[in-house]
Design a protein around this ligand. Sequence first.
Ligand code: ZN
Length: 63
Amino acid sequence: MLDKKLLEILACPVCKGELLYDRGAGELVCGIDKLAYPVREGVPVMLTAEARAITSDELESLR
Ligand SMILES: [Zn+2]
């Protein structure tokens, strides 16, 4: 479970935009860049090298 306040201050390192939290996958998702950043043991890993690309369908399912 990710702290809500933490989520509010986190931004995408690429576009500085807001992130969506995918509870099921445990990832933070940028809808602009279509990147999902992992959360490991409650710690968001905000590195593009660690992020995975997501499809438009995956993104739609989060909205
Ligand atoms: Zn972004």
